[in-house]
Ligand binder design. Sequence first.
Ligand code: ACO
Length: 335
Amino acid sequence: MSQIYASFKSIGAYVPEKILSNADLETMVDTTDEWILKRTGIKERHIAADDEVTSDMGAKAARLAIDRADIDKEEIDLVLCATVTPDYFNMPSTACIISDKLGIKNVQAFDISAACSGFVYLLTVAKAFVESGMKKNVLIVGAEKFSSIVDYTDRSTCILFGDGAGAAIISATSKKEEAFVDVHASADGSYADFLVTPAPGTVNPVSQKVLDEGLQYVQMKGNETFKLAVKTLTKDVKEILAKNEINSDEIPHFIPHQANYRIIKAVGDALKMKEEQVVLTVGKYGNTSAASIPMAINDIWESGRLQNGELMLLDTFGGGLTWASALLPFAGKAK
Ligand code: ACO
């Protein structure tokens, strides 16, 4: 029997219409466009409409990914969603709702929670299902309505995050040249308090106290997270490249999690990456958590920069703390 590999067949994304600019934020909190741009590289972020939920955005991104993979939705045999802003805390899963919105029936569907690392975590799960022979076409979605857990009176967090979704089809192939080269994910729960939404959950069930203290909003130890992100991401990408005997100058597309331009620059510099190798979307989307990497992949696909067979290096870091990286060729059709 020939070996089965997992391959990255297509990409799609959805960006909500409404833009929240730095100038808008200047009217909401004590901040300036100059501070935000200098410290984060973010100019604007997109915010979902009041009646637009995470599964709406995920389903829109997924429809594009399915079309572009040239498969029928009936061929999908697993639906996975990474999100920390699910439609419901905590059931039904957003993956179930996305499946229903797409008309995908009687197919296994579930969510995972790994914050900004969610999409690369999904790649590890999809790879395992496909390469074990259990599934053939896996729909993976990273979708976030992060604005729903942001306190727009807290200047240290509200300037960072945006909403959006990205999706991909991971399919079985017998062609080794289409296969994921490597993917790895890790975590360290001892840093759980670096990035946390304290409620709702069993620690802080919904109560008047929760609402009075704003415990439903994301809290972040920004500076500590920043330092650890640079250190961990640099080590992680160096390791995956060394393990696979690939030099950083052989990577046409380095697609890091889009949290902060300074983090991306520090990691890119440590790897001696040239500007044209590094994909940057943080300026226009902000940090969209699990949606950030597929939204960035979609950007280079839609602009015609991503060609069949080209190698992508993905790298991410987020709440948990979690981190992950992946080395894989784009096995779909170029635009
Ligand atoms: N405007 C103006 N001043 C501000 C703002 C603002 N929006 N926010 C903070 N400041 C002030 C602070 O109050 C502080 O003032 P002080 O010195 O008088 O106390 C000063 O700026 C410096 O604050 P720091 O927090 O030290 O600023 P830093 O340079 O670290 O930048 C930032 C903050 C942008 C949040 C950065 O730390 C960061 O990007 N952290 C990492 C984020 C990340 O990677 N998260 C992981 C993924 S997210 C996920 O998983 C969901």
